[in-house]
Design a protein around this ligand. Structure first.
Ligand code: ARG
Length: 617
């Protein structure tokens, strides 16, 4: 990946790197520059001298000193000190910091943009199944996928959102067959009805061969045996009918196809409603379901065979792996294709047709083995190779489960699985209660708002609570769904970040309504003199780096952690430094601009997370 870069940390790192090769000809080393952990260590700390000292067999403190002697830092750095075993602590000059902030205060907020030649990125997200309710796992696949798409888009990548819908195969054909047989009105059917029809069809199609055998061997009465025999014959009939429907669909039978499309529409109506509530960008344009690849499956298997990557095994076609015993099945003995066959076709499309150099699968951790096998098979056949010789990176981001307070998979009080909608409704309800309660205080900024406006803010708070909690820790881990904690305005929560933003927005409103109103937008420079101002300013400059790290590591939590840090630093600054009440006009203007920049950065970061930033809370 290549980005255009140019922020102050990068400039410092470049100069130190140059100084290293000047002080130690023939040696190159990165500066290993990081923001300082403590303000007393300056603004940045470089730790190159330790590793370089080892390579050179020299004392790192001497290595650091000799490097500094060669370094040209005068225009940027006020103080460069060697500390401890050989750290280099750097403190920026006020004017360098002021200049950096002035440059940073642009519409891009210092976020680098990858070059136009950079390959696109494909993100496999959502992945719901037609005729089935969305569950909590789909929440994760949808919001994490959407956020990673937004992070990449913010960095200038072309992103293809790929919704790999489960919209093809026998179970769907079974559901469709049952619905058509019962002459169900497919235009008015709800997803709940559809889901019930799906379950019934599965039950009808399930033969109980084992049960029949057991009943016979245990000498059950003729009545039981007849019952089971009938069930099994019925199941065989159901399957045969479904296969006929599938053939009709495959051959483009207009009536069958029209009905099948209605099932997809019914499912997607609800998905889009939820996506809208979640502030997630998802539309029909993103639909690349299993059916999209249905005509390619035979060709996929042929090519695997003709290239010698797959072989026949007892009538089935499998891809053997050199280092593993279990091969990947890509065609069953009866000629049927599998989930994996479709995914092979999908990789080929994403890399070869869309030209993606990075394909990210935001899918449940339980599919780990599936993706390991699919990616391995793709490498064997070479479909991960782009025409220009770039090898595409295929990554499964295996997210963890959502647990209840009892640390078991989330269930309703009556013991059923939570539907996504029920969960979000509850979160919104909680957000609304919180916002209405706060608005009751006479001095609350929301006190004058009508109930509808408060409801809208409450919805934004509830959704922020859920999304932020879902993404603020390592997404590969399971987490406990605890609305009380998530919806709190204090601590590492979505509402806390939103609240910091709203606080600044209120302050700005007060300013523009007051004496300062004569000036449009403050154009004075930011001079971060107080320690808390300086820390806030330095954090603002790190925004682009936080997004880059999040994209590189595929961790939305990096964005969350950045915003939490920023909100904390802003609150500390606001506590320590009067803004509107500051008697010195130029200091006041500088602080206002610092606050305005903070507000824009928080709003931008929340947008990347697909979280709204209300003006008042
Ligand atoms: N429909 C699948 C499921 O619910 C998820 C699809 C994931 N994406 C993929 N390319 N296999 O399990």
């Amino acid at each position: 990946m290549s980005w255009d870069a140019g922020d102050i940390a990068e400039q410092l790192a470049d100069r130190l790197r140059d100084a290293i090769s000047c002080a130690f000809p023939g040696h190159t080393a990165p500066a290993a520059l990081r923001p300082s952990a403590k303000p007393e260590f300056g603004d940045f700390q470089a730790s190159f001298a330790m590793a370089l000292g080892k390579t050179l067999g020299r004392n790192p403190r001497e290595v650091a000193a000799e490097t500094l002697a060669c370094a040209h830092l005068e225009d940027l750095v006020e103080k460069a000190e060697i500390a401890g075993p050989g750290f280099v602590n750097l403190t920026l000059t006020l004017s360098a910091l002021t200049r950096a902030l002035a440059e940073h205060d642009s519409p891009t907020l210092g976020v680098p943009s990858c070059s136009a030649q950079t390959h696109p990125v494909a993100i496999d997200l959502c992945g719901v199944n037609v005729a089935k309710q969305m569950h909590v796992g789909h929440l994760r696949a949808t919001i994490i996928g959407d956020t990673l798409a937004r992070v990449h888009e913010r960095l200038g990548f072309k992103v293809f959102r790929q919704n790999h819908l489960g919209d093809w195969g026998l179970p769907i054909a079974m559901t469709l067959t049952a619905l058509r047989r019962d002459a169900t009105d497919l235009d008015t059917i709800t997803l709940e009805d559809l889901n019930r029809a799906y379950r019934n069809a599965q039950a009808q199609g399930a033969a109980d061969e084992a049960g029949l055998a057991a009943a016979v061997s245990m000498g059950c009465g003729p009545h039981r045996i007849a019952e089971l025999t009938e069930q099994n014959e019925g199941a065989a009939q159901t399957i045969a009918d479904a296969k006929r429907t599938l053939v009709a669909l495959q051959s483009g039978d207009a009536a069958a196809v029209a009905d099948w499309k209605r099932l997809i529409e019914c499912t997607m109506r609800e998905v889009y409603q939820v996506a809208h509530t979640l502030n997630v960008a998802l539309s029909d344009d993103n639909n690349r379901g299993e059916s999209f690849y249905r005509d390619e499956l035979a060709g996929v298997v042929d090519e695997f065979q003709s290239k010698g990557v797959a072989r026949e095994d007892a009538g089935a076609i499998v891809v053997p792996f050199p280092d593993r015993e279990r091969p990947l099945l890509i065609r069953k003995g009866d000629g049927g294709f599998l989930y994996a066959t479709t995914d092979l076709a999908a990789v080929r499309y994403r890399v070869q047709s869309l030209g993606s150099a990075r394909v990210i699968y935001v899918v449940d951790a339980r599919q780990r083995d599936h993706f390991r096998d699919v990616f391995e098979a793709v490498r064997l056949i070479g479909w991960d190779m782009l025409p220009d010789g770039t090898r595409a990176q295929l990554v499964h981001l295996p997210f963890g489960a959502v647990l209840g307070k009892d640390k078991r998979p989330l269930k309703t009080r009556s013991g059923e699985n939570f539907t996504l909608k029920a969960l979000l409704d509850e979160a919104i309800e909680r957000g609304r209660r919180e916002v209405h309660a706060r608005a009751a205080a006479p001095d609350a900024p929301t006190h004058s708002l009508d109930p509808k406006a408060l409801d809208a803010i409450g919805q934004a708070v509830g959704i922020a609570a859920v999304k932020y909690a879902d993404m603020s820790s390592d997404v590969t881990r399971d987490y406990v769904f605890d609305l009380d904690r998530m919806v709190s305005f204090e601590g590492d929560t979505g509402p806390y970040i939103q609240y910091a933003h709203a606080r600044i927005a209120s302050m700005m409103t007060k300013y523009s309504q007051g004496a300062g109103a004569t000036k449009e937008q403050s154009q004075s420079l930011i001079h971060p003199i107080e320690p808390s101002e300086r820390l806030l300013a330095l954090a603002l400059l790190r925004y682009g780096a936080a997004l880059e790290t999040s994209a590189r590591e595929l961790q939305p939590a990096r964005v969350c952690a950045y915003l939490f840090d920023l909100a904390n630093l802003f609150n500390a600054f606001y506590q320590a430094c009067p803004v509107l009440k500051c008697p010195d006009e130029s200091v006041r203007e500088s602080r206002l601009r610092l606050a305005a920049l903070t507000r824009r950065t928080i709003a931008d970061g929340l947008t990347v997370l697909g979280i709204e930033a209300p003006e008042r809370m």
